[in-house]
Design a protein around this ligand. Sequence first.
Ligand SMILES: Cc1cc2nc3c(=O)[nH]c(=O)nc-3n(C[C@H](O)[C@H](O)[C@H](O)COP(=O)(O)O)c2cc1C
Length: 354
Amino acid sequence: MFLFKEGSMNRLRLKNRIVRSATWEGMCTPEGEASRRLLELYRELVKGGVGLIISGYSYVRADGKQMPGKMGIDNDSLIPALQKLTDVVHDHGGRVFCQLVHAGGLAATDAPLAPSAKDATSLRAMHQHDIDELVAAFAAAAKRAQESGFDGLQLHGAHGYLINQFLSPLTNRRQDNYGGSLENRTRFLREVYQAVRREVGNDYPVTIKLTAADNIDGGFTLEEAVIVAGQLDAWGIDAIEVSSGTAAAGALSPVRQLIDRPEQEAYNADYARAIKQAVKAPVMVVGGIRSPAIAEELLKGGAVDFVALSRPLIREPDLVNRWQADATHRATCISCNGCFRPGLKEGGIRCIVV
Ligand SMILES: Cc1cc2nc3c(=O)[nH]c(=O)nc-3n(C[C@H](O)[C@H](O)[C@H](O)COP(=O)(O)O)c2cc1C
C-alpha cells in the first residue's frame, strides 16, 4: 500500500506516509516545559507506527501562548527537556517536527498583539517594531528546535493564529504594506519563513500547515491559498499540510465533528488537490481521515503525498500498526472533540469515549 511506502521531505526519509498532525496535548508545565507524560505519549505514538510526529503548537514568545499546558520554545532553558523528548522519538526510530506558533489576537493575555485592533476589544495592533521582533522570535525558536534535536519544523499558518490573521482580510485591516493586497497580507509569512530558513539552513526541513480557506464569508479563500502555496514553493518550503477553517467557522472549523460516513471523511481533500496542482513540494492533508482505504486512495490518486491525523491517534496511538495489520480497520474516533476537555481540566488530553 502507498500508505506504508517511504516518503521524504527535504533530505529527511520517513518510513511511511502517515503523520501525527500537530496536537496540543496540554502536558507541559506552566513554563512550557515538556513533561514525562508527554515523553510517554510520544514513545507510544512512535511505537504505534506513525512516520512523523508534529509536536503540539509551541509558542515562540510567551505572549503568544493560548491553551494551558502548551509547549514553549521561547527560551533556552526549555532545550534540555525538549532534547529528552526528541531522544525518546529517535530511540524508537521515529521522526519529530516542532510546530511554531504565535497565537496573536487569540493569545491568552490581557492585550494580545494582532495585525489590527478591532473596536471594543483589547487587541493591540502591531507596530513595525512588533513585527520585526516577532519575526526574530520565530527565527530564534527555529534555532532552538534544531538544537533540541527536532528533525524539522512546521510553521502554523492556519486555524486563525497570527500568520493566518495576517493572511485573512477579516483580521488584517492594515493600511500599510502588511495589509490590503494578497501580496501585502503574505508579507509577514514571507518574512517569518525567510528568517527561519536563514537560521536553520537549506538542508533542514521547514514546512507549513497552511489554511486553504477561513471558511467564513469575506475571509481568506482557496484561490488566495493556491497563490500563497505557489509562493511558498518558490521560496523553498519543504512540505505543505493543508487544513482549513478557524474557531469562528462553526461547522467548518478545523476540527469538524461527527464524521460517521465516508463522504464526510478527508474534508480538506479538495483543497489539498487544488494546492497540490500548484506546487512541487510534498503536500499533506489533514481533517477527518478515518479509513485506510480513503487515505490510500488520496495517496494512490496523487491528490497528496502524506496524510495527517490528530483525533484518531488520541484514541488509538497505535492506529498505524492496526491499519498495517488490517486495512479494513476504520479509526474508532467519533470526532466528538471531547478530548479537549481533560486537556483544559486535568493537565492532558485523552479520549473520553468509553
Ligand atoms: C485536542 C486537539 C489539539 C489540537 N492542537 C493543534 C495544534 O496544536 N496545532 C494544529 O495545527 N492543530 C491542532 N489541532 C487540529 C488537528 O491537528 C487537526 O488539524 C484537526 O483535528 C483535524 O484532523 P483530525 O480529523 O484528524 O482530528 C488540534 C486538534 C485537537 C483535537
